[in-house]
Design a protein around this ligand. Structure first.
Ligand SMILES: Cc1cc2nc3c(=O)[nH]c(=O)nc-3n(C[C@H](O)[C@H](O)[C@H](O)COP(=O)(O)O)c2cc1C
Length: 186
């Protein structure tokens, strides 16, 4: 597949909105139309060698899904399908939505859950992001002092979102392009 697949898990739509902005910033030549993970099959996702996966955080620092009152279903319903998959050779960039003011003891922990799953299945994760300018007490999504992907807080730091998106997409774009080029060399 000569494009980057973008899949997101949302309840109230912000993670979709951010996914669309990421796709637009990276360009339609590079990124396929963002798809809600609750409408995706395993094959939809596995057709891509390079992916961007986004998620909100719900419950007690969990991924969205019916168990956390996301009635349309989301990552929690999809992940069991992914369980046996081999993601070796795939390159994945992550973004996560959260609210550091209300949930500063578990900020963007949903992104940490996605990270653990895809790393555990063998994927290479790119697109880590500095923790500067965020105020939280604990986040499982921070490893070695950096977020494992782009952290977006549209609730209490919405005014920083566009600048963060611009900087992150600029940083991650060459890595995604390089991974695509490598995957297409047979
Ligand atoms: C019931 C509930 C629980 C939440 N739990 C967390 C959490 O544990 N950590 C966090 O960072 N954000 C948490 N949030 C904030 C959401 O992740 C944030 O508002 C996000 O932007 C929602 O994305 P969506 O519009 O795509 O559903 C929670 C929000 C709600 C309503």
């Amino acid at each position: 597949m000569d494009k980057v697949g973008l899949f997101f898990g949302t309840d109230s739509g912000t993670t979709r909105l951010i996914g669309k902005k990421i796709a637009k910033l990276l360009g339609g030549d590079l990124v396929a139309k963002p798809l809600n993970i609750n409408r995706a099959t395993l094959d939809d996702l596995l057709q891509y060698d390079v992916l961007i996966l986004g998620t909100a955080t719900y419950g007690n620092g969990e991924l969205p899904g019916a168990a956390n009152n996301v009635k349309a279903g989301s990552w929690l319903e999809f992940l069991p399908h992914l369980a046996g998959a081999d993601l070796t050779g795939k390159t994945i960039a992550l973004y996560g939505l959260g609210d550091q003011e209300k949930y500063g003891d578990r900020f963007v922990n949903g992104m940490a859950k996605l990270y653990q799953v895809v790393k555990g299945l063998g994927a290479t994760v790119v697109g880590d992001w500095p923790t500067d300018d965020y105020t939280y007490t604990q986040s499982d999504a921070v490893i070695d002092g950096r977020f494992v992907g782009l952290a977006i807080d549209n609730n209490s730091q919405g005014m920083l979102t566009d600048a963060r998106l611009a900087a992150w997409t600029a940083a991650v774009k060459p890595q995604l392009e390089e991974a695509l080029a490598a995957a297409n060399v047979v």
